[in-house]
Design a binder for this molecule. Structure first.
Ligand code: AMP
Ligand code: ZN
Length: 114
């Protein structure tokens, strides 16, 4: 999508602080980090929200989590712990409408989340 921020990162128009990339997934540091490690893992395919997933996307969603697992290892936080989450729509606080998995780590996380 031409007016999508994360599609612009995927197609190279905007250069994020990339930490991982493969054929299906791009991962980069959040510009406004909420923890010492805050990485966004995005599919290279534009999917606006979790509500837009269909069964054909199941392998792609699995790849987001496998990328998060690898990044957590690379960042040295896998054993301490980390949180992954996807916000969907307004009440969850979604602000970029290209699905993305947040990987947060490096501090103790509160529960329930705000
Ligand atoms: P969400 O609120 O779940 O849609 O998350 C969107 C995230 O994208 C927020 O945590 C923002 O800080 C982050 N973000 C927005 N613009 C950029 C950017 N140019 N580079 C990296 N992260 C960004
Ligand atoms: Zn997009």
């Amino acid at each position: 999508m031409t007016d999508c921020l994360f599609c612009k990162m995927v197609n190279g128009d905007i250069k994020p602080d990339t930490v991982y990339e493969d054929d299906d997934v791009l991962a980069f540091r959040d510009i406004n980090p909420q923890a010492p490690v805050h990485v966004l893992v995005v599919p290279k395919t534009h999917i606006a929200t979790l509500n837009d997933l269909d069964p054909a996307h199941a392998p792609l969603i699995g790849k987001l989590y496998l990328a998060a697992q690898k990044i957590a290892n690379d960042e040295g936080v896998a054993e301490r712990g980390y949180r992954t989450l996807i916000n969907c729509n307004a009440e969850a606080g979604q602000s970029v409408f290209h699905i993305h998995l947040h990987l947060l780590a490096g501090r103790a996380m509160g529960w329930p989340p705000g």
